[in-house]
Write a protein that binds this ligand. Structure first.
Ligand code: ZN
Length: 124
């Protein structure tokens, strides 16, 4: 049979685990924010480089193939979008596909425009 002290000890350790989990999530969010700003910086860098290439080819009238740069930019944009989705999930939010505003993850409809969210795979 569990003594009073055993019970108290297990309650305290459960609370500790909860705090640990919250702290871990907070640090995940922090890491993700940092990663997003880093990837955003890379994207801006790619755009700047793209601008320079466009300028150069427009100036000398040369036909430059920029498809590789465009593909790189698109991949970078996708990477950034994925990270932002991940951040929303961690923050327990989701983005409206219609207006782009943020609602709580459990909401069935957008808080701003009322668009119905598609039923997702619920994690219970
Ligand atoms: Zn909306």
């Amino acid at each position: 049979m569990m003594s009073f002290f055993d019970e108290m000890a297990s309650t305290i350790s459960a609370a500790g685990k909860q705090t640990y989990r919250a702290a871990k999530e907070a640090s995940e969010i922090g890491k993700l924010r940092w990663k997003i700003s880093e990837e955003d910086r890379k994207l801006k860098h790619r755009f700047a480089r793209f601008g320079v290439l466009c300028y150069a080819s427009a100036k000398d009238g040369s036909e430059r193939d920029l498809s590789e740069e465009i593909a790189e930019i698109d991949a970078q944009k996708q990477k950034l979008a994925d990270l932002k989705v991940r951040l929303s999930e961690l923050k327990n939010e989701k983005k409206c596909p219609n207006c782009g505003s943020t609602s709580a993850f459990e909401d069935a409809f957008c808080r701003k425009c009322g668009t119905a969210f598609e039923a997702e795979n619920e994690e219970v």
